[in-house]
Structure formats: structure tokens, C-alpha cells
Design a protein around this ligand. Structure first.
Ligand SMILES: [Zn+2]
Length: 120
């Protein structure tokens, strides 16, 4: 198992900044109508392992489909660096975009699990 580490993530302009503690061991992408446009690679972390350091007031929220996920993007630069939702069992989760981590982390594209969000 990879080590748990605390990573720093942010939107493009830096207004939205967060830290998340994760081992980055379950990277996923998704083919739903939104994710395929964004091309993002996500890692889900328990909400308790995520801290929004700045930018709450600079976030816009977008809902679609089941409207259960808060797609949050920066009002200034438009980048969605994370989203918030739950696992359906009452556990709050944050999906971080590993492409928004700073410094950048190497992403093993062969290790990405593909979520069939288009047919969910
Ligand atoms: Zn921004």
C-alpha cells in the first residue's frame, strides 16, 4: 500500500486551496457527460481527511443528473479542483482532482479505474 500523505491542491488562480490526506491508491476517471469534458482523474477521500484552506466564498456549485454531487468550481478561473458528495450510506466524501495537486503528482494512467458514469 502506498503511504498516506497530505497533499495540497488548488484551482488555477489559487483562490481555492485545500489539503487532503490520502494514499492516492484508488484513482478513477469517469465517462459521464461532465467528467469526459473535464478529463479529470479523481481520488475520493473521507470528508474528515479534507480541509478547504481558502476559497469557500469563491466557489460556484453546479448540479446535474441525480443532483447528489456538489460540483464546485472557482468563480474566477473556472477550475473544478474538487467536488463533494456522499457514498449513499451517509458518509460524506470529497472527490479531489489529482490533476489539481501542487506540486504535480505522477499519475499512473494504467492504474486508473474507469467508472461507467454514462450508464449509471
Ligand atoms: Zn481559481
Amino acid at each position: 500500500m502506498p503511504d498516506m500523505k497530505t497533499y495540497h491542491g488548488q484551482c488555477h488562480c489559487g483562490a481555492v486551496r485545500y489539503t487532503a490526506t490520502t494514499d492516492l491508491s484508488s484513482l478513477g476517471d469517469c465517462n459521464c457527460s461532465r467528467c469526459r469534458r473535464l478529463g479529470w482523474v479523481m481520488q475520493s477521500v473521507p470528508a474528515s481527511d479534507f480541509t478547504l484552506e481558502s476559497g469557500e466564498a469563491n466557489l460556484s456549485v453546479y448540479h446535474f443528473s441525480t443532483e447528489t454531487i456538489d460540483h464546485l468550481f472557482c468563480k474566477t478561473c473556472g477550475i473544478e479542483s474538487f467536488s463533494r458528495g456522499s457514498d449513499g450510506k451517509g458518509n460524506e466524501l470529497v472527490m479531489i482532482s489529482v490533476n489539481c495537486l501542487e506540486p504535480p503528482v505522477p499519475v499512473d494512467r494504467n492504474g486508473i479505474k474507469h467508472w461507467d458514469g454514462a450508464n449509471w
